[in-house]
Design a protein around this ligand. Structure first.
Ligand code: NAP
Length: 249
């Protein structure tokens, strides 16, 4: 039995340490003008959180890629649950990333777009007050009018659906603003709703070397069985951490 199942040994492989350009270059293969990339970290046993947050699963390599992936995008998309739990402040890429973005034809800073139905978001919070670019809030027609008005003072509030934010409508609303390269930082319910609508082109998944156990959920929540095939596009290793890139199958 040889060669029948196409199993390749990817590691040990290149071990010279990728610089930022080489690292980012590998994430650009096959990317189209309109593209939705999602980035997550999980434990070996599939937990998306450790003690309620993602930070305990992440290491230096994951943090480096997390930061770098904010470069090649027009907009960072994030669910309200993640904003509340992870304590998002004003999102700003560093000076080197800003230089990289300008050189590569992007706006100096990406726009932050938050997805929320209930709009329990503090209009005075840092995520709005310290944002270098006016954020966008993607919501539904059923969102409470008072909260909508309050948030409209500090963000562009866009209705993209009735019961929940419809991924297709949300992406069209962003594209109309010139925001076509979408980088989604979660969380699980937002990813679930986008995956359910086949609105995800790429998943970058870091697997942290820990068996987490406990009751932490997975990186997709809130949707029935999807069974979406993805194609493995890249495998990186940093110590005991794997950084995987999957694109739509
Ligand atoms: N492992 C990782 O890489 C990673 C990444 C991100 C987050 N997380 C973890 O995930 C947990 C949060 O999970 P989560 O599933 O609640 O995160 P989430 O998807 O960011 O937030 C869910 C909330 O976002 C809004 N939302 C998402 N999709 C929507 C849609 N299609 N239409 C309308 N509203 C939508 C709703 O907000 P409203 O409630 O305001 O209506 C919903 O309650 C946290 O513990 C966080 O640490 C882990």
């Amino acid at each position: 039995m040889s060669g029948e199942t196409g199993i390749d040994e990817l590691w040990p492989g290149r071990a010279d340490g990728l610089d930022d350009d080489a690292l980012l270059g590998g994430y650009e293969h096959g990317v189209r003008e309109e593209w939705v990339r999602v980035n997550f970290v999980s434990s070996i046993d599939g937990a998306a959180t450790s003690a309620g947050r993602s930070g305990g699963l992440s290491d230096g390599a994951d943090k480096r890629v997390f930061a770098l992936l904010r470069r090649p995008c027009d907009v960072v998309l994030v669910g309200a649950g993640t904003v509340r739990v992870e304590g998002y402040g004003g999102m700003r890429v560093d000076a080197e990333s800003e230089r990289w973005r300008i050189e590569h034809g992007f706006a100096p800073q990406p726009t932050l777009a938050l997805v929320s139905g209930g709009l329990e978001l503090d209009p005075h919070g840092d995520v709005f007050a310290e944002a270098p670019v006016r954020p966008i809030v993607l919501t539904t027609a059923a969102a409470p009018a008072v909260r909508r008005r309050a948030l409209a003072e500090v963000a562009d509030v866009v209705v993209c659906g009735t019961g929940s934010v419809a991924p297709g409508e949300a992406l069209r609303a962003l594209a109309r603003r010139g925001l076509k390269r979408v980088h989604c930082e979660g969380g699980p319910r937002l990813f679930g709703s986008f995956a359910a609508e086949r609105a995800v082109d790429e998943l970058c998944l870091t697997i942290g070397p820990v068996i987490e156990g406990g009751a932490g959920g997975r990186i997709v929540e809130g949707v029935p069985r999807l069974a979406r095939s993805m194609r493995l596009a890249r495998v990186l290793r940093s110590g005991d951490t794997l950084l995987l890139r999957y694109v739509r199958g």
